[in-house]
Structures are given as structure tokens and as C-alpha cells.
Design a protein around this ligand. Sequence first.
Ligand code: DGL
Length: 282
Amino acid sequence: MFARSCNNVYMIKSTSKTNASNLPIGIFDSGVGGLSIAKAVSEQLPKENFIYVADSNYAPYGCSTIDKVKERSFRITQWLVDQNVKAIVVACNTATVNAIEELRKEFDLPIVGVEPAIKPAAQASINKSIGIFTTKATAENQRFKALVEQHKGNSEINIQPCPGLVELVESGEYDSIQAEELLKKYLLPLEEKNIDKLVLGCTHYPFLSEQINKLTQNSIELVETATPVTKQLKRRLSECGILSTISKAGVNRFYSTKANSELEITMQALWKGEIKLSPLPV
Ligand code: DGL
């Protein structure tokens, strides 16, 4: 549908711009974590329609191989493009660092990714020591390591992979004893480094914010990316002249590779609202 012009503005071939403006945005994650991004989109761009995909059958991406994460990202993006979306948000740090460059080469529409907010955290750190909670796959990724080097400034960056947390959020156990125990274990080495900012480098982790704040007694500021990502999405849609022009609230649809009632209940609790979950056929 889109052809990229030389100045990187997207021209609509077969749909008029007004019609394209009101097409949905595709948002995907390995599971329910991307709802933290979708929530910001629905609050800050309320007229946008979106299709959310939770690839829960294949979660966690953070313990998967690079090839698998790429393959799933390509399949889902292709499906979303087939649904005629006007833009894609890769609402997953792990898929962003592993697949976004290739997705952008392959698919000719705006694709916005999620990257941990290292730069603002490092700049704002009084102690010049920050922590990053990430998945294992993100922690090992070269693009992520380059991002750390690029933005660390004169702050010490302490990367903490957090296996197990995604699974607990996926199963709705984010307020459990197990979550508390794991969080304590992952916070301890960072507290020893006297961090004053903790970057949440996985979109599942904002759903653990309350528990983290309780454990640290609010002594460490949590830094997440939902608002900057939504701003970037708005910028890209505006550049392409495809911001929604509808006058009422957008329609949101939710799909998953594991569309069962348990997941639907978990998603409703995280979304704090009604969600009707449909099976994703890819
Ligand atoms: N929520 C994702 C992220 O931001 C993926 C987590 C996972 O599936 O391991 O990295």
C-alpha cells in the first residue's frame, strides 16, 4: 500500500490518504507486555484504531533464539500488513533489537520500535549509576550493547537479565510471592551498586512497577518507554500525513496465539477494561 519516497515520506498508492489515516495501527509483543505500550497509545492517541497481537504461545522471546524471534516478528508483521494496518509498533524490546532493522527493509510502512530509555536515565542519575532490567536475549544483543555504550555518558550501567519475570506476568502472577522473591534477587546487585534509576528494558516489566516500588520503598526511580514510543509513533504518523481523522474513540482489537479465557482475564486485568481476545491464525 505504501511506497517510500526519497524524502522518506510515505505516499499512498492504492488508498487515499484520508482513508489510510483511519486504518488501524498494528501493535505486537511476545505476549501481554506490549499492553503497557498500547495503553499509552490509547490514552495519548485516542482516535487511533489498533490491532494488538500477543504472541503468548511463543513467549518468552527473551529465552528464545534470535532466528525464532525474527521468524515470529516477520510472521506477525506480515499478518498485520495483510490486515491493512498503516503502521506497526514493535512493542517488545527483544523483537526490536533482534528484528526491526530487517522488518524495516522488508516492509514498506512506518515501523516504530521500543528501546530502553538509557540516555535520559543516565543523564538524570545523581549517583551516576543506573540499572537496567532486561530479558536475557536483549542483554546479549549487540545492538543493545551498542546502545548502552552510546548513551551511558559518565554513568555506570548495570545490566540485570531477569529470566522468569515475563512468565509471571504472562500467567497473571505479577503480584505473587514468586514475583517478589525474583524481584528481590534481581534488585539486590543493583542496590549494591547504589543505582538511583532503574530502566525497565522489557515491556512486561511496567506491570511489576508497584511491587518494585514497594521493595525499594520508592528509593529508585523507574524509567519506562511507553510515552516516548507513543510520541515517536505520533511523529511518524504525522510526517506521513496519516494521523487518524475520525472524531470518535478508536476501535481496538486483540489477538493472541494462545487465545484462551485465562489469558483474556489476565489481559483485562492489565488493561483495566474489557478485552475480547481472538485467536491469531499464524
Ligand atoms: N515484552 C518483551 C520485551 O520487551 C518480550 C519479553 C519476552 O518475551 O521475553 O522484551
